[in-house]
Design a binder for this molecule. Sequence first.
Ligand SMILES: Cc1cc2nc3c(=O)[nH]c(=O)nc-3n(C[C@H](O)[C@H](O)[C@H](O)COP(=O)(O)O)c2cc1C
Length: 196
Amino acid sequence: MTVRVLVFYGSYRSDRMGIRLADYIVASLAARGGAAELIDAKAVGLPMLDRMYKEYPRGEAPEKLEKLAAKIRAADAFVFVTGEYNWGMQPGLKNLTDHFLEEWFWRPAAIASYSAGRFAGARSAVMWHGTLSEMGMVVISSALAVGAIGEALTADGKPTGAAGASLEHAFPRFADDLFWWSEAAKMQRERKAPPY
Ligand SMILES: Cc1cc2nc3c(=O)[nH]c(=O)nc-3n(C[C@H](O)[C@H](O)[C@H](O)COP(=O)(O)O)c2cc1C
C-alpha cells in the first residue's frame, strides 16, 4: 500500500531555513516508499482567511482552494513542518490550514518542528498538537525536533554534523509510525464510511 503524504511548510521569509527540513522529509519519505508531496504555503499563496473552502457554494471556490482541497482529501497522512516565531506558530502555515476543516478529518498527522535555537521549535509543536487534534487529525506520538536548523541541514536538504546525524537517527521510527497509522486509518475509512 503506497501511503500518500502531504508535507506542509509555511514560512514566507525570503531567507527561510525550514524549507531544508521540509525537502529532507519529502525525499526521505519517498525513499521509504511513500508518495510524498511538499505543500509550500508561500507558493500556494492563499490570502488571509476570508471564507473557508466549505463556505463557498460547491464549484465556486477559488481554483487554489479547490486544488488544495482535492489534494488533502486524496491524502492518507500529513506532516506539518513547524517553525517557531516568538514562541508561537508561523502565521503562513496556520492561515493555510484554517481554510479547511472536514477535508483533514480521519487521517494521521505528524509534527516536525525546528528552530534556530536549542529548543527546536518545541513550543510551536505543542501548539500545533492541539490545533491538529481540533481539526480532526490524529497526531502521532513520534515527532521530529531539529535545533540549530541552519547547521543541521545543507541548503539542498542533506543532513550535516551532529544535529543532522540525530535527525537521520530519528527519521525511520517517525516514518514507520506515520505509515502504520496511515494504513490503519485508510483501511478503516474503506471498511466503514466516516460518520460525518
Ligand atoms: C519573527 C521571528 C521570531 C522568532 N522567534 C523564535 C522563537 O520564539 N524561538 C526560536 O527558537 N526561534 C525563533 N526565531 C528564530 C527561528 O527559529 C529561525 O529564524 C528559523 O529559521 C525560522 O524559520 P524559517 O527560516 O523557516 O522562517 C524567530 C525568528 C523570527 C523571524
